[in-house]
Design a protein around this ligand. Structure first.
Ligand code: ADP
Ligand code: MG
Length: 640
């Protein structure tokens, strides 16, 4: 494969003249939870070098990225190692330096890639084992001109811009220096000689535990510090002139690249995230400058890059393995990581998730024509928005149907999506460059995007559910053949249903006959449309008889949204989430003892929830569950 070969081909560069570029590999981990498998991934591989991610602004577009290598969710540890790391190791025996670092958001698989586990050893154990073997083999050949090899290891952690010695924890905040030959060194850093793999284990395991101890004390510090393993290969001539060559290999598990500030961190967490953000930002500038061949590389701007100065760029061989996760909740972090890793991307006009549209609704030929008509960039899409489509009297609706591939949905649903999409598009137009916008706005956009996903899913489910109810109601009505069975087929098709209203406490009528609920198509009520689209949560409201079809003298009930009420309901829920005791939390629907405790724990670690949707970051809580939690509680809150 071209990429792997090109990594292998990285031969000795002419020293200092042409800095070698940083090879970039991307690894997508599999879904971790069984439940997650039900959801669509937000990113997927195309071939051994490229992948695509859904365009947050338009589901009919994907953004495609190309890298030196792409490892899909089924790739093994061995493939990653032999494809991107093993080929650079021989350079160490010639006194050259190398670095391998794992980048990406917390939970995306950096530690798995670098360290792995006994059943699936990662880059670190494999590289150490191979280097030991390589030096043993090279030292044992008859034509080695009297060279011997020895290997040493050091292990440091860079936490809040301080270099800590993990082999000797009392060595804190070690300095980084440069000698007259421009070699970077850490005076006072512990160095252990290793001749066998068990020597390595003997030092590495307790050192890793030093890291783990700190990690439990400080709330998973491991995801907020860089772990740097340094393996030095010392090559010494046994005859005159007794030359010595040192090759250094840095194996780095970087801090999580997610934006730690977005959860409202305070105090030490804020300081930590500031340090992470600035060192990862400097790393990105360094990688960028190297890959663009810029004359000035800003190594000195952070401890991490300063430490890597002689092993990243220059004649060194560097590989960055960007780890990404498939789940929707990682979407924004994945996008940020991909944009960090790749300096170019292409927007391709094709849907990420191809939905099947029944032939009766949209014949294939027509669909093809529509695809061909679609434009290939978001700018062109905006143009098409203003021009509209040509196969519907309502160009805006037509565009959205095409965009979201929802032609088979009920008009009322399309109407809702239309509005939702409009909100998103308007927002999107203002923010032409997602990644150059301030973080808060990016987060708001992401949230909107996530909400729209949830809303679309919810609407589809609702649509199905309503259709079933309609059919059941129709069947019942036909059977009873009562005078109020005035619904025609066409009204059912328009999503106008009659169904028993169960479990709604607000139904106070004592009439013995069946209560009737009518879910009005949104076209019928503009105000209702807006509020549903803004909040996505229905509130049932009493409706005057004249406006609804019900039995005479009976009140009708209509799905209606009041965004102001919803907002206040949300605020009440949020307040409870932030201030409630376990008991109070348990008074909420869908919150049991375990979830209440998780909420308390989350609060302690992350500070107050800024949004009810933050609940999705709790263990075992998906955005979908948050939506259903909201639905279950909002009525009580609104009326309390
Ligand atoms: P990070 O270090 O980026 O925070 P981890 O390496 O700890 O992420 O990965 C999170 C979880 O996902 C771990 O349980 C890990 O074992 C698992 N995991 C990550 N990548 C893979 C993979 N490629 N195959 C199987 N499990 C993986
Ligand atoms: Mg990790």
């Amino acid at each position: 494969m071209a990429t792997r070969a090109s990594v292998m081909d990285c031969s000795v560069g002419s020293k200092k003249l042409s800095p070698s570029r940083v090879r970039v590999a991307v690894r997508l981990r599999p879904f971790m939870e069984k439940d997650d498998k039900a959801q669509q991934p937000c990113v997927r591989g195309l071939d051994a070098q490229s992948l695509e991610i859904v365009n947050w602004r338009n589901q009919l577009e994907t953004m495609q990225y190309q890298f030196d290598a792409f490892y899909g969710n089924e790739s093994s540890q061995r493939e990653v190692y032999s494809g991107s790391v093993c080929p650079i190791l021989t350079n160490l025996l010639n006194g050259q330096n190398a670095s391998v670092f794992a980048y990406g958001p917390t939970g995306a698989g950096k530690t798995h890639t670098m360290l792995g586990n006994p059943a699936q050893p990662g880059v670190i154990p494999r590289a150490v084992r191979d280097l030991l073997q390589l030096t043993r083999a090279a030292g044992g050949t008859s034509d080695n001109s009297g060279w011997t090899y020895s290997i040493t290891m050091s292990y440091v952690e860079i936490y809040q811009e301080k270099v800590m010695d993990l082999l000797e924890p009392k060595n804190k905040d070690l300095p980084i220096r440069e000698d007259k030959d421009h070699n970077i060194l850490i005076p006072g850093l512990t160095q252990k000689t290793i001749s066998t793999f068990s020597d390595f284990d003997e030092h590495f395991i307790p050192a890793s535990q030093n890291r783990t101890v700190a990690c439990t004390k400080l709330n998973d510090r491991s995801s907020r510090s860089h772990a740097v393993l340094l393996i030095k290969v010392l090559k010494t001539q046994q005859v005159m002139p007794y030359r010595q060559l040192t090759g250094k290999l840095y194996l780095i598990d970087l801090a999580g690249s997610e934006d730690n500030r977005r959860t409202g961190n305070q105090g030490i967490r804020l300081k930590e995230s500031g340090a992470i953000n600035s060192s990862l930002f400097t790393l990105s500038k360094v990688v960028d400058a190297l890959n663009q061949g810029l004359p000035r590389i800003p190594y000195r701007d952070s401890k991490l890059t300063r430490l890597l100065q002689d092993s990243l760029g220059g004649s060194a061989h560097s590989v960055m393995i960007t780890n990404i996760a498939p789940e929707q909740k990682y979407y924004f972090d994945t996008l940020t990581a991909l944009n960090f890793a790749a300096k170019s991307k292409q927007i391709i006009n094709r849907p990420f998730c191809q939905e099947t549209v029944p032939a009766a609704v949209q014949p294939p030929a027509k669909r093809l024509r529509e695809d061909a008509e679609s434009t290939s960039s978001s700018r062109q899409l905006k143009k098409s928005k203003t021009e509209g489509g040509d196969d519907s009297p309502n160009p805006e609706e037509n565009r959205v149907k095409r965009k979201l591939n929802l032609a088979s949905l009920d008009p009322a649903v399309v109407e809702r999506l239309l509005k939702l999409d409009k909100i998103l598009t308007e927002k999107g137009m203002k923010e032409t460059q997602l990644l150059s916008t301030p973080k808060r706005e990016r987060m708001a956009l992401l949230k909107k995007w996530e909400e729209s996903q949830v809303e679309i899913e919810r609407l589809k489910e609702k649509q199905k559910e309503l259709e079933q109810k309609a059919l059941a109601a129709e069947a019942r009505l036909e059977k009873s053949n009562t005078s109020d069975s005035g619904l025609s087929d066409s009204s059912v098709n328009e999503s106008t249903f009659r169904a028993p209203l169960r479990g709604r406490k607000r139904v106070t009528s004592t009439a013995k006959s069946k209560k009737v609920v009518r879910v009005l198509p949104l076209q019928e009520n503009n105000q209702q449309k807006n509020s549903i689209l803004e909040e996505g949560l229905p509130v049932f409201e009493k409706k005057t008889r004249s406006a609804c079809e019900g039995r005479e003298n009976e009140p009708g009930w209509e799905v209606k949204i009041r965004s102001d009420l919803l907002q206040s309901g949300r605020q009440k829920i949020l307040h409870l989430l932030n201030c409630g005791s376990v008991k109070e939390l348990k008074s909420l629907q869908k919150i049991g003892d375990k979830k209440a405790k998780l909420i308390m724990g989350w609060r302690e670690v992350n500070g107050p929830f800024t949004n009810v949707e933050d609940l999705a970051s709790l263990e075992g809580m998906s955005l979908k569950q948050v939506t259903s939690f909201l639905k279950a509680n909002i009525m009580t809150m609104v009326t309390s």
